[in-house]
Design a protein. Structure first.
Length: 514
């Protein structure tokens, strides 16, 4: 049987079904406007605004066009990923990654259950070039929830602990009701408190969990629904998403010839365990290093400027104590300050992680503190200080901010005054599968189309492309680009044309003749 853009095949022996995707095809009329639709999606045009702008005859044509765009963007990004894995594209020997996750709240999928669906995105970005190496969502739309639930009952998954289940990677019915899911994983609106107090609180939160890697947040609230209803795929547990993400990144970096890796991440036991497990051999050789990074958020511009002024004054006082031949070298001054702070580091949590306050904060990361997760005593002090100085999360935070700024479907909800703490997800999609499609499109546009202040795209900085791609190049690489047919206007002359004729004749519209 057929379903959407795929076809189900059933095994005659065991009866299991498998969904096989089919090539997405579009009518010639829709192909000619696909690039225009992509440009509008990537510049925060809402669904109906995009339909009006490209003059779609019906809004039902929008989603097949998005499916076509998603397929082409995934194919282009996938070709580059495969080239990295196979070694056809080589990267720098040293690379600094920034990794984090973000939750996206979608609208309800059923009128009978109007609770919002929450999905998580997990991303890694090259800090130097801003190239997104992976951006994935914890939703597997290829499986049928009903078939999985029936098979889980038959094989006894509900009678054993989660790690020993056949379908351990999926949220099965009833999982959200189990104890231990209500523990918050991050401080959110309390980020204004003192930085080191935040770190102590986060470690206490992690230590209170039965499984330290189980960082999933299950909000027991009538307005939030953690699991998508049947028919929309199945949600994957976040640790499985993190491990799969890091394993893919490891294959890409290894194939591309990367020898030394530094991974910066937020305080997240899941990310820490996934990174250490994936890069175990590199960590043992001293070629891979992981860092926790934490900085204060939700601060005004004036507060950030004040923090920067105080940090600059502290560096100026320290610079005055150094020899004259060193004072002019900013990098050396920061390195020496970091060495002194490393010697005076403080340990937190039952894992005795040592935290260092960064001596060079920025507007994006004020009051930044860093912890070295894979510490080694054999590394030179200068190299150790450079590793601490390179730790940060500004690039990955910018990626997640851009997903919301450039895609109207992913923007944050709008607060309402009708009820306390109520929000309206005006542009959020109702179909959970749309989140993965939008993020795949965003990754391709961000890597190959959008340029920075230097006029180059992340792919150009890595040497993958020589020039920025256009939206047409992304959809039809090396192919003939479909163009819309020119249609002759019939009937009465348009008012705009009347105005143009009047202006050409020297007449002024709206002023009576004398």
């Amino acid at each position: 049987g057929a379903s959407g853009n795929g076809r189900y095949y059933q095994c005659k022996a065991c009866g299991r079904k498998r969904l096989v995707s089919l090539p997405v095809r579009l009518h010639e009329e829709h192909q000619s406007v696909a690039a225009d639709v992509l440009s509008r999606i990537g510049n925060k045009s809402p669904v109906r605004g995009t339909g009006r702008g490209v003059r779609l005859k019906s809004m039902g044509a929008y989603y097949p066009i998005v499916d076509f765009i998603h397929t082409r963007c995934r194919a282009y990004s996938g070709a580059v990923d495969r080239a990295l894995i196979d070694g056809n594209i080589q990267l720098s020997k040293n690379i600094v990654l920034e990794t984090d996750g973000q939750d996206y709240t979608l609208n309800w999928t059923s009128r009978l259950d109007r609770r919002n669906v929450v999905l998580s995105g997990y991303c890694s970005v090259d800090s130097a070039n801003r190239f997104i190496l992976g951006l994935h969502v914890n939703l597997d739309e290829r499986v049928d929830p009903f078939d999985v639930a029936v098979d889980a009952v038959k094989c006894g998954d509900f009678d054993v602990a989660e790690p020993y289940r056949k379908y351990a990677r999926y949220w099965l019915p009833g999982d959200e009701l189990k104890a231990g899911r209500a523990l918050g994983r991050r401080l959110r609106k309390h980020d204004r408190i003192e930085l080191l107090a935040q770190i102590r609180s986060l470690y206490a939160n992690a230590a209170s969990r039965t499984d330290v890697e189980d960082v999933e947040l299950q909000v027991h609230d009538d307005s939030v629904h953690k699991l998508p209803p049947p028919g929309k795929g199945m949600q994957v547990h976040e640790p499985y998403l993190a491990y799969a993400h890091w394993m893919l990144v490891h294959r890409m970096l290894t194939g591309a010839g990367v020898e030394r890796v530094q991974a910066n991440m937020d305080i997240d036991s899941m990310s820490r365990a996934a990174f250490i497990c994936t890069f175990a051999d590199e960590i043992a050789r001293g070629d891979a290093h992981g860092f926790y990074v934490r900085y204060t958020k939700f601060q005004t511009v004036d507060e950030r400027k004040r923090i920067l002024r105080e940090a600059n004054l502290a560096r100026a006082r320290y610079r005055a104590t150094l020899p004259a031949d060193v004072r002019g070298d900013r990098k050396e001054v920061a390195r020496r300050m970091m060495k002194e702070r490393i010697r005076a580091g403080q340990s937190y949590g039952k894992w005795n992680d040592e935290w260092i306050v960064h001596p060079v904060p920025t507007m994006n990361e004020p009051n930044k503190a860093v912890s070295w997760l894979t510490a080694r005593d054999t590394i030179d002090e200068d190299r150790k200080a450079d590793l601490f100085l390179d730790a940060g999360l500004a690039r990955i935070d910018n990626v997640f901010m851009t997903t919301r700024r450039l895609f109207s479907a992913l923007e944050r909800p709008i607060g309402t005054s009708s009820s306390h703490n109520a929000v309206w997800h005006g542009y959020a999609p109702y179909d959970p599968q749309m989140l993965g499609k939008y993020l795949t499109i965003f990754r391709a546009v961000s890597n190959f189309v959008q340029t920075g202040d230097d006029g180059r795209t992340p792919a150009m900085r890595l040497g993958i492309e020589r020039a920025p791609l256009t939206f047409e190049d992304l959809l039809w690489p090396g192919q003939r680009i479909p163009r819309p047919r020119r249609s002759r206007r019939k009937g009465r002359v348009a008012p705009a044309e009347l105005v143009a004729r009047a202006l050409q004749g020297g007449r002024r519209i709206g002023r009576p003749r004398h």
